[in-house]
Design a protein around this ligand. Structure first.
Ligand SMILES: O=C(O)CCC(=O)C(=O)O
Length: 291
């Protein structure tokens, strides 16, 4: 610097709010996609969520799309489960974005993002993406709520939300997800009793159930003769640790290939002022490097 020049001005920071625009300024949160969905539709979905804790959308995918998903996912399914929670007659496939592109459209379906944009802070994260194939003879899964591993007392707003996409039709005999309507409002002291009403989500092939992380639910028993294939996508607030460590599990080539929405959900985003930074910089700078 020429000694005659004055040094660049220094930002004076007196609160974390002063830092909000700093690292996030160069690569701001993705523009909310709610605009793609009729606001009346989003409002109806939100009021169903408020009332029941879940909402079901029928036939969002075509039968052809479901067949493409089945063909791509079936070879990725692992052996049956390691414990009764994951299911001893259930096959799962994890970390799907690294293995196939067929789930991208599910992860960033406009109907889903329209709700996430309203439930969570900008730059919410992907927390889990799994295929779950419940085989005949499987027992009902232990009831749980998906944000239960975050040690923050209830009742409270959800810290995560999930979708369950029906690649096979879900019925009350083939393992259709069992939900306890209204249980998203329960306090920490309450867990499901025999007398609490439960409903097996019935939905045709290509449908999607969206439920809050506070809703008690579990995979149903499969008393039918066929398997029940579903794809579940979970999302969480941008200040929480996702279940699957996508910044470790996803290669840079995959990150460069996916859409901007998915890239930020994988962790290539900042929760202002610094959460997610790499070397003091926005994590998207990593993508400019050759490795
Ligand atoms: O497969 C299902 O219907 C639900 C699975 C589930 O809730 C889980 O594994 O956490």
């Amino acid at each position: 610097m020429n000694p005659a020049q004055s040094p660049p001005p220094v930002d004076v920071i007196t609160s974390l709010d002063d830092l909000r625009g700093d690292l996030a300024r160069r690569h701001p949160a993705t523009t909310p996609t709610s605009a793609a969905v009729d606001p009346a539709t989003v409002a109806a979905d939100l009021s169903a969520l408020e009332r029941e804790g879940y909402v079901v959308w029928e036939n969002l995918l075509t039968l052809d799309e479901c067949e493409q998903l089945r063909d791509a996912l079936t070879p990725l399914l692992g052996p049956t489960g390691r414990n009764t929670f994951e299911g001893q007659r259930t096959r799962r496939a994890y970390n799907l974005l690294e293995k196939t592109r067929v789930c991208d459209a599910l992860v960033e379906h406009p109907r889903v993002l329209a709700l996430l944009d309203r439930l969570f802070l900008p730059n919410y994260l992907l927390s889990q993406l799994q295929a779950i194939d419940i085989l005949p003879g499987e027992q009902a899964q232990m009831l749980h709520h998906d944000d239960g591993f975050y040690p923050i007392p209830r009742p409270r707003p959800p810290l995560s939300a999930a979708t369950m996409w029906a690649i096979d039709a879900f019925t009350d005999t083939n393992g259709g997800t069992v939900v306890l309507p209204g249980s998203h409002r329960w306090g920490s002291e309450r867990s499901p009793a025999e007398t609490d009403a439960r409903t097996a989500v019935r939905m045709p092939t290509g449908s999607c159930a969206f439920y809050l992380g506070t809703l008690w639910h579990g995979g149903g028993a499969n008393r039918s003769t066929g398997a029940r294939l579903g794809v579940t996508v979970q999302y969480c607030e941008p200040w929480l640790r996702p279940q699957e460590a996508y910044t470790l599990a996803t290669g840079r080539d995959t990150v460069r290939t996916v859409s901007e929405n998915i890239r930020r959900m994988l962790g290539y985003s900042i929760h202002p002022p610094f959460m997610g930074a790499v070397d003091g910089m926005h994590p998207k700078r990593l993508l400019d490097r050759s490795m």
